[in-house]
Write a new protein. Structure first.
Length: 81
């Protein structure tokens, strides 16, 4: 799931695709990734948290409150930027 979040975010950034529905779907994919990651052994979590935090940093440029959504999701799982 983290991989798909990364790819969808990169696609949107590369072609400058800006659609509210698309960004909602990206946020949902990231939330699923966070939920799945929370079930993994503690030793495997940090690398995936870092990758999702990087997705959030890429999304900071999108607008549409995408960064706020991601910040809220990551904070809910205790992930720092």
């Amino acid at each position: 799931m983290v991989f798909y979040s990364e790819r969808a975010c990169a696609f949107s950034a590369d072609i400058r695709y800006q659609d509210d529905g698309y960004f909602d779907a990206l946020a949902q994919m990231c939330e699923r990734s966070l939920k799945m990651n929370a079930t993994l052994p503690e030793t495997r979590r940090p690398a995936l948290w870092a990758r999702l935090a990087e997705v959030r940093r890429t999304r900071d440029n999108f607008g549409y409150d995408v960064a706020d959504d991601m910040n809220g999701l990551l904070a809910g799982y205790g992930v720092d930027g």
